[in-house]
Design a binder for this molecule. Sequence first.
Ligand SMILES: NC(=O)c1ccc[n+]([C@@H]2O[C@H](COP(=O)([O-])OP(=O)(O)OC[C@H]3O[C@@H](n4cnc5c(N)ncnc54)[C@H](O)[C@@H]3O)[C@@H](O)[C@H]2O)c1
Length: 332
Amino acid sequence: MKVLIAGGAGYIGSTIASACRDTGIVPVILDSLVTGRRQFTAGRAYYQGEISDGPLVDRVFAEHPDIYAVIHCAALIVVPDSVADPIRYYRANVANSLEFAAGLLRNGCKRLIFSSSAAIYKAREDLTVDEDSPIDPQSPYARTKAVCEAMFADIAAAQPLRVLSLRYFNPIGADPKMRTGLQLRRPTHALGKMIQAQEDGVPFLITGTDWPTRDGSGIRDYIHVWDLATAHVAALTRFDALPGPVTAINLGTGAGTTVRELLDTFNRVSGRPVQAREAGRRPGDTAGAYTRTGRARQLLGWQPQYDIADGIRHSLQWSALRDDRLPDDAAP
Ligand SMILES: NC(=O)c1ccc[n+]([C@@H]2O[C@H](COP(=O)([O-])OP(=O)(O)OC[C@H]3O[C@@H](n4cnc5c(N)ncnc54)[C@H](O)[C@@H]3O)[C@@H](O)[C@H]2O)c1
């Protein structure tokens, strides 16, 4: 089987490409490198360019007429940037995806797996969500994901295209074989900040301690990036058995972890404890959410294999290797 991965030079897409390769599925990568890294495409069929570049998409399909499905991970993903520059985000994520969909249909592609986000949901009071929870994105970034899902559903209703939206919770970790990981030196999510605090020898800031959670800190559903990747392999295998022309599935562990709990596990796993300091909420922060459904298990036969300690261990391992693997943008 061959699969086109748009955004396959990024953190999640490159991990999906490795999981595909490990199971005999051949990945073909289309990526502009706006945030991805060329090193993550090594040894893979790779086309550099925009997903909205129709002639390039036509060339990819002409040279790989046996592409079975497309996984669409190509997007800009930084929430505060989307607040500051929504036009850039709607153009990058929505307008480009529309052109891409047209290119896929023109080339007879019938199966699309879309990287969506759990950030599109309004959580219940207990901070859980399922696939039928109300859609209520809280940032322009999250709204671009909801708009894309709706746009693909409209297209699937009129054209021979079936769409699976995989709504990711909070990915952590790296490829357990350390082929790829997070390309950023200074990631802004909680685990990235803990690693940074450890490197810099400064306290970790718990931003927000008055959320309606068991310990007041924000709660997330941390999912190992390798588990996310294997869910895509399962989705490729089961795609034609999915119930509708349009399906949405949450990819999380089903367990919420608070920031304080994450820090406790980080300190246990890393062996070099980081001090915590309490701080106020940041603008745009939310209490967070976690998934409460088993749809991924029912429809994909998938469940996560790694726990949070594994995710932290792999993130730390990758962070120590990162500058060697990505020397172009290593620390000065
Ligand atoms: N990382 C997360 O926390 C998270 C959570 C939920 C959903 N997602 C979704 O997963 C997908 C992958 O995220 P990631 O964390 O790997 O981000 P990333 O920035 O590492 O990867 C995105 C990749 O897409 C490429 N790209 C972006 N726009 C493109 C375009 N117009 N044409 C061609 N290539 C383009 C980038 O160069 C990059 O390689 C995104 O769609 C994101 O919205 C991510």
